[in-house]
Design a protein around this ligand. Structure first.
Ligand code: PLP
Length: 395
């Protein structure tokens, strides 16, 4: 008899976004026509930049001509894009070979698929508060999970503890939802720990483009020793507005080996079996992100989100509300004022100021009492939300 993967029964329902949409629907039913200001979304609001659009159009035209038509693409990525991404790392002082870069359809896909490289008997260490997909991907694979809570006292940046026994370590920096970013020294502690214990770090760099403090690492490969213990998973979703276009990349150094097996070679085998490559059109569009013009244009879009962050941070500063993030990340993580818990604060903001954010408790137990604002909304809505908060909390 067919046996389904019984681990799916161990998944906890994610009530977070369901509850939010239920509460919004109920509020709008009672207050028809009210304009809600949505600072909860993790999706971008600005369109793709002109350099990318031009490259996409050009690629579509190439597909119409016999002489420039592309069929199946190489499974691990088009050489032109792998080389471009490696050169981009090089421009930031990180030496990579093109065949250490794997082009993907986005970070979410890779965060789940990469677990194919590791035995289900391994234990995964997940820092909390965390992006919920890490936990669910491990539950589906039947892996044991150790949760490592973090808080205000350590700036939401946990340090390794010798008592922790885990073979896979998830690090997301800049972090979703807290916006906390590991310093080189703190990240080096985790790299040393992994090299010592034989663990592998899965480094989620989805928000690296938001780092403006040049002393902070944008890639784990800026840390000495990372090439023997880390895999980096990155995405153009937030960097260049590719959430609906889909393109990411994963870096697996050639030196990364465990039990005599080479993880780069294993991933080549995995990709050549399980994918037929990312569309030529998207890879050509993505390569435009790394041109001088593309970089200028994506920086201009990121600057809009950064201005949103400044607008929210100025309001929180004026109101004396504690927060972190915002400076080097597109998320602002605040302590709910007046001792409210995460959902009480959600209701208060919705009912009294028609602002929607994300309750921190949805990212793990230690997120209770906190709240996340995203800076990906429109500047007009963000300014209006900041103004409404000033009025609400002053009174
Ligand atoms: N990693 C983190 C921390 C995220 O917040 C997200 C999306 O919000 C992703 C990965 C997924 O990115 P992608 O759109 O490339 O799948």
């Amino acid at each position: 008899m067919l046996k389904p993967n019984a681990h799916y029964a161990d998944l906890k329902d994610s009530y977070l976004f369901f509850n939010i949409s239920q509460k919004i629907a109920a509020y709008l039913a009672e207050h028809p026509g009210q304009r809600l200001l949505r600072l909860g979304i993790g999706d971008v609001s600005l369109p793709l930049c002109p350099a990318v659009i031009d490259a996409l159009h050009e690629a579509v035209s190439e597909q119409a001509e016999q002489s420039t038509f592309h069929g199946y693409m190489p499974e691990c990525g088009a050489p032109f894009l792998r080389e471009t991404i490696a050169a981009h790392y090089q421009s930031r002082g990180v030496k990579l070979k093109a065949d250490e870069v794997f082009v993907s359809s986005g970070a979410s896909d890779e965060l789940g698929d990469i677990l194919d490289l590791f035995s289900p008997e391994n234990t995964s260490l997940i820092f909390e508060p965390a992006y919920p997909a890490y936990v669910d991907a491990n539950v589906m694979g039947g892996r044991k999970i150790i949760h490592l809570p973090s808080g205000k006292e350590n700036g939401f940046l946990p340090r390794p503890d010798e008592s922790v026994q885990a073979e896979l370590i998830y690090i997301c920096s800049p972090n979703n939802p807290t916006g906390a970013v590991f310093t080189k020294d703190l990240l080096a502690e985790w790299v040393d720990f992994a090299n010592k214990t034989g663990a592998v770090i899965l480094f989620d760099a989805a928000y690296e483009a938001f780092i403006e403090d040049e002393t902070l690492p944008r890639s784990i490969f800026e840390i000495e020793g990372a090439r023997t213990c880390a895999i980096e998973i990155c995405s153009l979703s937030k960097t260049a507005g590719f959430t609906g276009t889909r393109l990411g990349y994963t870096v697996i150094p050639k030196e990364l080996e465990r039990a005599g097996m080479n993880l780069n070679a294993m991933w080549v085998r995995n990709r050549t079996t399980k994918t037929n490559g990312v569309s030529y059109i998207l890879q050509k569009g993505a390569s435009a992100v790394f041109t001088e013009e593309g970089q200028k244009q994506i920086r201009a879009n990121i600057a809009v989100y950064k201005q949103n962050a400044k607008t929210i941070m100025a309001a929180l500063d004026a109101l004396g509300i504690w927060y972190c993030g915002g400076q080097n990340a597109p998320y602002i993580w605040l302590k709910c004022p007046g001792g409210m818990d995460s959902w009480q604060f959600f209701d208060h903001l919705l009912n009294e100021a028609q602002i929607v954010g994300t309750p921190g408790s949805g990212f793990g137990a230690c997120g209770e009492g906190y709240f996340r604002f995203s800076t990906f909304g429109s500047p007009a809505d963000t300014q209006e939300a900041a103004e409404r908060m000033r009025r609400l909390f002053r009174s």
